[in-house]
Design a protein around this ligand. Structure first.
Ligand code: ATP
Length: 349
């Protein structure tokens, strides 16, 4: 059992709050991703779980133990960092074996090392030095070294961020498969929302040390709690327009969207995703404006207009063709719209 409970943990340095009142139970075997922009407190949260940083307030439980006063080595967690931290003078085999030696783990080290290497497809590289490996292979050695001693918890801090875009995608898939096989509670830090969405059982979105939302990738994508989450998740970011709602009708600039299921009246932010809307026949949609840009994406064309003080993008069919400056109309039915408070940015019920 390796449930992790973070009971109201806060980290302060003087008057600066790095992480504020983080309160969450991470279930046994769960893959939890901490997601947010640089400086939002992801790494600090993870370092507190690892024991590399002391919380100013709050308790950290791993399994049935409060670990606040335990040394990192006694917490039974294994960490994987973006800088692989391999020993250059040891070959892959010795690098993977290292934690078994240091911790004087009993049993057949050779079998354990070979099994870990096999899981990350490194068997044929066991006798190479790290310098003779690619970035992706080095990261897999770091993973194998974490796997080999079968810890209760994996902590991974941006493990894919040093890899090039293509390798990141294939290593991500490998990691997903590996985590499914291993079934070990994992906390994974990233600022890449695609990594978060593809790997996580649940995602924690953080900003400025504060948890903004916790949910499954689908929950966070479909029901963002506020405009920060709405604009951080999804590519492109959710379209957000400021306007007024009156009698279930949102208005701003060249936009009029009726039939909204809301009792709210007054200023509001209306959001919708580019992939949920469509290009409508001339003038038939709820937004009509000149085209600001057109981007061919291969499987679609991104059509952007400027309206309501913002750029608003809609994904059109891949065969859609037009010119910048041509009028275009977007179909934005009420059912795809998200409404947020203009002051706080919080989702309107
Ligand atoms: P990144 O993605 O850039 O690694 P992060 O979300 O992991 O960012 P943290 O490293 O957790 O962010 O840092 C959170 C905030 O705490 C930042 O503003 C950082 O400058 C601050 N911080 C981190 N360590 C210390 C420290 N030892 N003393 C003072 N402030 C710190």
């Amino acid at each position: 059992m390796a449930e992790i409970k973070l009971a109201n943990i806060t980290k302060r340095w003087g008057s600066f709050v790095g992480v504020q009142s983080f309160d969450l139970t991470i279930e046994d075997k769960e893959f939890l991703v901490l997601l947010g922009p640089s400086g939002c407190g992801k790494t600090t949260t993870m370092r507190m779980i690892a024991g590399l940083e002391d919380p100013t307030e709050g308790e950290i439980h791993i399994g049935d133990r409060v670990v606040n006063d335990l040394d990192p080595k006694d917490r039974d967690v294994a960490m994987v960092f973006q800088s692989y931290g391999l020993y250059p003078n040891m070959d892959v085999y010795e690098n993977i074996r290292f934690p078994l030696k240091v911790r004087k783990v009993e049993g057949d080290h050779d079998a354990m090392v070979r099994r870990a290497a096999e899981m990350v497809e490194l068997t044929e590289f066991l006798h190479r030095k790290p310098a003779a490996l690619s970035g992706g292979q080095r990261q897999r050695v770091a993973l194998a070294r974490a796997i080999v001693r079968q810890p209760q918890v994996f902590l991974m801090d941006e493990p894919l961020s040093n890899l090039d875009a293509k390798l990141r995608v294939s290593t991500r898939a490998q990691l997903k498969n590996l985590s499914h096989e291993l079934q070990v509670t994992t906390i994974y830090v990233t600022h890449d929302q695609i990594e978060a969405m593809t790997l996580a059982d649940r995602v924690v979105v953080m900003e400025k040390g504060i948890v903004q939302q916790v949910g499954t990738p689908t929950e966070i994508y479909d029901n963002p709690a506020n405009t920060f989450v709405a604009s951080f998740i999804g590519s492109p970011a959710m379209n957000l327009m400021e306007g007024q709602i009156e009698g279930g009708v949102f208005r701003c600039d060249h936009v009029e969207i009726g039939g909204l299921d809301t009792a709210h009246s007054g200023p509001a932010i209306l959001g919708f995703r580019a992939e949920d809307a469509a290009v409508a026949p001339d003038g038939a949609g709820q937004i009509t404006a000149p085209i600001y840009s057109l981007e061919l994406l291969g499987d679609a064309v991104m059509v952007t207009v400027r309206t309501g003080g913002a750029l608003v993008a809609v994904k059109a069919d891949k065969d859609y063709r037009a010119n910048i400056g041509d009028p275009v109309s977007f179909s934005v039915p009420a059912s795809i719209c998200h409404l947020f408070d203009q002051g706080s940015g919080e989702r309107l019920a």
